[in-house]
Design a binder for this molecule. Structure first.
Ligand code: NAD
Ligand code: MG
Length: 391
């Protein structure tokens, strides 16, 4: 029986992970759950169903509300960013699923690594912010970082049994998002609803917008660079609208190994949970004959500047990806709030990268300081340009 601490329990990845716990009750148990706490009833239901030993919610009020909803004996209840860190670090678990969204996951994920726990990583923003420090900490503690992101799970599987020295390049596939066929001139006026219509994957709002700007793929290039210890120019993006080939590895002899499957995050999540073993997946399977044609082409960097910005940040000093990520998070939130247009997301990120003080970051504290600074300055830029948020 493997015990799981789940950071981001109420999200898209979190709930899919819990579905798998329900499908394999003899394999998995839940040690800890963490979430923002915006839906306390939901968290209470999850506690009743999965009996975690501890729960951490971002908001203290939500924790108190949860205490009232749960009959004794109740799990240990923690709150605040420190509560999330304590949950990841102190609650005994065989694996920590890191599935918070955004930079909020950095400190709890680092705490899990430093406590020596295997991490199943969905929260790509943490690697974007602190890839070098996180992978170094994992190596130092002998901790496995198992990818949950479907492309990275695919690459991880394509690398199995091969020598890293024989890798020529990684080919990350991208669906192209909802605006793949949209003319560039139309992007200025697309709505939040348009951007939330992802063609192949059902995901949380932030990553769905990242998929529309293609920043998601930019973040994934950085994620691949750190997870697989390859150079930035060894990671190439291939647009593949069917989302059937989840990614590929090309070797020095020209052989390309691909991993294929249906678009269901349950597959990479289950593989991370059972690695190095596999289990029969109780959902849909790939039918290549019904899938028909598989197509591939180059991404349009002119139409999707976020891809170019992510690559530039990766090739720059280590503060740049932190700035990229923080600016993107603030800009995406403002777009979802309907305060800025779609094209302003990339504009704000570019401005933040051009105006930030660039430098090398040698500690997590330095990363969180650059993160906080960038958030403040991008928020200020939005308020100046588009008026302060009504209180
Ligand atoms: P989501 O928005 O559906 O869920 C996020 C979860 O994190 C929720 O439980 C929320 O309560 C919690 N959370 C958010 N901010 C928090 C904070 N400040 N403190 C504490 N808890 C907080 O997101 P998601 O789609 O499940 O994505 C999670 C992560 O996985 C992201 O990094 C995303 O890029 C990555 N990912 C998601 C998918 C997918 O299919 N959804 C695929 C690949 C990678
Ligand atoms: Mg992905």
């Amino acid at each position: 029986m493997k015990s799981i601490t789940l950071l981001g329990a109420t999200g898209s990845i979190g709930l899919r992970t819990l579905d798998l716990v329900s499908s394999f009750p003899e394999e998995f148990s839940v040690a800890g759950l963490a979430a923002r706490g915006s839906n306390v009833e939901r968290v209470a239901d999850l506690c009743k169903k999965y009996s975690p030993r501890a729960v951490a919610l971002l908001e203290a009020d939500a924790r108190d509300q949860l205490a009232r909803l749960l009959p004794a004996p109740r799990p240990e209840l923690l709150a605040g960013p420190d509560g999330l860190v304590a949950l990841a670090r102190d609650v005994k678990a065989d694996i920590v699923v890191s599935a918070l969204v955004g930079g909020a996951g950095l400190l709890p994920t680092m705490a899990a690594i430093q406590a020596g726990r295997t991490v199943a990583l969905a929260n790509k923003e943490t690697l974007v912010m602190a890839g070098r420090l996180m992978t170094a900490a994992a190596r130092a503690r002998g901790v496995k970082l198992l990818p949950v992101d479907s492309e990275h799970s695919a690459v991880f599987q394509c690398l199995a049994g091969h020598s890293r020295a024989d890798v020529h390049r990684i080919l990350l596939t991208a669906s192209g998002g909802p605006f793949r066929e949209t003319p560039k001139a139309r992007l200025a006026t697309v709505t939040v609803e348009d951007a939330l219509q992802h063609p192949t994957w059902k995901m949380g709002a932030k990553i769905t917008i990242d998929s529309a700007t293609l920043m998601n793929k930019g973040l994934e290039v950085i994620e691949a660079r750190w997870l697989f210890d390859v150079a930035s120019d060894q990671v190439q993006i291939v647009v593949h609208p069917q989302s059937i080939v989840h990614s590929m590895v090309e070797y020095i002899d020209g052989c390309v190994i691909a991993q294929l499957g249906v678009a269901d995050m349950g597959v990479p999540i289950l593989y991370a949970l059972t690695y190095p073993e596999r289990r029969p997946m109780p959902t849909a399977r790939l039918d290549l004959v019904r899938a028909g044609q598989l197509t591939f082409y180059e991404p349009d960097l002119d139409k999707f500047p976020c891809l170019r910005l992510a690559r530039t940040a990766l090739d720059s000093v280590s503060s740049a990806p932190v700035v990229l990520n923080a600016a993107n998070e603030v800009a995406v939130a403002a777009f979802l709030d309907r305060r800025i247009g779609f094209n302003a997301i990339a504009e704000l990120i570019e401005e933040a990268l051009n105006t930030s003080r660039a430098g090398e970051l040698d500690s997590i504290e330095a990363c969180t300081a650059v993160d906080a600074d960038t958030r403040r300055s991008v928020q200020r830029a939005i308020d100046t340009r588009h008026g302060a948020r009504p209180s």
